[in-house]
Design a binder for this molecule. Structure first.
Ligand SMILES: *Cc1c(COP(=O)(O)O)cnc(C)c1O
Length: 407
């Protein structure tokens, strides 16, 4: 077991040791990861790091002591709200990540249901089977039942979800997009269902909130998924994904300040009186707020459009390439995630081959499929990926099949 060294070491030694440790890590700078890291290039990495370092000691818990952070958070939240078509009076907060944002949206919905609908116990949330396990976690902690409803054509089955609602349903959920398939659920239909039932609709746009608006600006015909749909009451959107911010940054948005108030914690009294905090956190990392602010203002709308164009171009190349290799793409992805399966070769065998070739990606179990979450960097390496995938496929396809994939 390790223990704290008696004598400290100089930074130069530690830096060298840390570089050595990192040798065994996934080679994300070369675009070899299809998950975990969002690689938008070295310049953005420099901006992130410099901004993070500038405010790494400051604490967002104290907006009066650090009005700088309060101002940056307001601007980040304002930018997010405007990208997601929020109406006047909408509100939001920065959080530490998607799980945190989802947790807080559910907390707000629960407290709203208690205050406005008189609900108390045996509460449930109705969601498509494809929603992120963050919903399970939040429901475990808050003692809420999560009803995962089978999807239809990989998308939320609105009719089945409606049938699963009862008087204790506090929230409906749709993803934009869901993580497994990268597909946007029919949010407009879910909005109508939520309105007809008088239930809160949350859109989990953790992995889509900061890419979809720009993909739409770039000309794609995306279905409505944001506050433009009247039934949508809250949205989670991660800055540390397609917002390209440093890790530890997400946003949670509400249709009105009145709804956001249900998220607030008013705790105590204790010897310091009451502690009123907007989110679950006490200490809030200044670095994460500052890095998000700096990256957003460094890119601007034009910069994001360019980065997100690289992502969708990479996806289109991969989609065309894997289709040519005989794979079937699951659904019709429009953003940065794509999943695909081969009719003859199991995805797990291919996954292992690709792993040997240095690719750290994900795989689905329902059904077995390869999964990629693409970054701008992948637009440069899509060809390499496809070449390695073809070579991996050849390891399994017999000679009779091989010519079919040669083309
Ligand atoms: C990533 C993700 C989450 C969870 O976000 P974390 O930042 O990893 O906690 C939730 N929902 C979706 C759709 C996601 O892609």
């Amino acid at each position: 077991m390790t223990s704290l060294p008696q004598q400290g070491a100089p930074w130069s030694d530690l830096e060298a040791r840390m570089r050595e440790l990192a040798q065994g890590d996934a080679n994300w700078r070369d675009g070899r990861t299809g998950m975990y890291v969002f690689n938008a290039g070295e310049e953005l990495e420099r901006v992130q790091k410099a901004a993070y370092a500038m405010f790494s000691a400051e604490n967002g818990l104290g907006p009066a002591a650090f009005p700088s952070l309060a101002q940056m958070e307001r601007e980040v939240v304002g930018s997010g709200l405007s990208l997601l078509n929020a109406p006047p009076g909408a509100a939001g907060s920065m959080t530490s990540g998607g799980t945190d944002s989802i947790f807080l949206a559910i907390k707000a919905a629960r407290d709203h249901a208690r205050a406005k609908r008189g609900l108390s116990t045996n509460l449930n949330i109705v969601a498509p089977h494809t929603v992120h396990p963050a919903f399970d976690k939040a429901c475990m902690v808050m003692d809420i039942e999560l009803r995962r409803i089978s999807v239809k054509g990989h998308l939320a089955d609105v009719e089945a979800m409606g049938a699963a609602c009862d008087a204790n349903t506090l929230m409906l959920v749709g993803s934009a997009p869901c993580f497994p398939f990268g597909l946007i659920d029919p949010i407009e239909e879910l909005g109508e269902l939520a309105e007809s039932k008088g239930v809160w609709l949350h859109v989990d746009a953790c992995v889509g909130g900061y890419i979809a608006p720009f993909v739409r600006m770039n000309g794609a015909n995306l279905p409505p998924f944001d506050f433009g749909v009247p039934g949508v009451w809250s949205i989670s959107a991660d800055l540390h994904k397609y917002g390209y911010a440093s890790k530890g940054a997400s946003t949670v948005f509400f249709r009105s300040e009145g709804l956001r108030e249900f998220m607030t914690f008013d705790a105590g009294p204790w010897p310091l009186g009451r502690m009123i905090t907007p989110t679950l956190s006490g200490t809030r990392p200044g670095g994460a707020i500052a890095a998000a602010w700096a990256v957003m203002n460094h890119l601007g709308v034009d910069g994001y459009r360019e980065k997100q164009r690289a992502v969708t171009e990479a996806r289109a190349k991969i989609e065309a390439g894997v289709t040519k290799l005989g794979f079937q793409v699951l659904g019709r992805p429009q953003l940065g995630i794509i999943a695909f399966a081969h009719p003859e070769v199991d995805a797990f065998q291919l996954y292992a081959q690709m792993y040997k070739r240095g690719w750290h990606t994900a795989a689905l179990v329902e059904p077995h499929a390869l999964h990629l979450m693409l970054s701008p960097k992948h637009n440069e390496v899509a060809g390499q990926y496809l070449a390695d995938l073809e070579a991996s496929l050849r390891e399994f396809t017999n000679e009779a099949l091989a010519p079919k994939y040669a083309g």
